[in-house]
Design a protein around this ligand. Sequence first.
Ligand code: PLP
Length: 359
Amino acid sequence: MRSFNFSAGPATLPTEVITQVQQELPDWRGTGMSVMELSHRSPEFAGILIETELDLRELLAIPEHYRVVFCQEGASAHWDMIPLNLLQGNTRADYIETGYWSYRAIEEGRRYCNVNIAASNRVDQFCAIPDQSEWRLDPKAAYVHYCSNETIDGLEFFWVPDVGKVPLVVDMSSHFLSRPMDISKFGLVYAGAQKNIGPAGLSLAIIRDDLLKPSAPGTPFLMDYHSQVHAHSMLNTPPTFTIWVAGLVFKWIKRQGGLAAMEQINIEKSRLLYDFLDSSGFYRSQVKHQDRSRMNVPFHLREPSLDEVFLKEADAHGLHQLRGHRVVGGMRASIYNAMSLAGVKALISFMADFERRYG
Ligand SMILES: *Cc1c(COP(=O)(O)O)cnc(C)c1O
């Protein structure tokens, strides 16, 4: 029986990449050493790092005046790094609240500045993205922060906010590389690896040149983007193994045809699943249609007393990690780049059968 992992993160990786890791792990390109054992200062690892960055730049068509940094910390660390590096003496920043992860960034941002929540969908229970005409942006804010894919609530921005001259900062963790994005619209993009690009232990940031200034006094040295860029992400030992695997994932995406091809597959997978949910009276998805994430699909059984049976039977069918996040309950199917169409079809066919038996 085939098995599929619908975890939100750490999440499924392409089988091809897992096999390649297994094959290349004992002896990296004839060096007699595992990639895990290479010094981060060695020419071999320097080559891996450069290639990884170049592949990323190619995939996203990152303009030349943007720098890429690879960090040890998770995406969460950027909630501190962003104010520490971008406030530059300003005391105000705008944040858009659209769900769990954007709220966590807000809470952290409040340690450093006056957070203006320029828009929020809390009253709508995080089911729809507030229209930009309702946003109350502060033209004097140091930056505007938002999360372009809410991993837990299942909302995705299919448009880029227009914030004028204020730098736009985005948490792209859970849909990074799922489709093309115009990087030139952002001041700073960050993402944790373990959702869509690799194992846990790595995050990366793409930062526009003019925003790279010395950080606030007292900033821990590892949290200074400016020095990280200067040191080519080697202020200390970078997560070498994770960077290598992320690089293999980038090459896998290139072999699939790049981000435009990834997007087509992701549209197809998510459409199948949402169409099924909408056609069923047994399951429901509460996110507004136009804002539904292609990566994270939360849904509920109309009869929550069946939740545990559903999860148990799904596991027995090789469909794993479908339990929704504790803050929203129900189920969640994360269908990142590495989830195959076959996986989504297997899920739908199980769900249809479950509905026939219990509906
Ligand atoms: C998972 C996630 C985070 C937190 O990532 P860590 O690597 O655990 O710090 C932040 N933002 C989004 C959108 C996420 O999905």
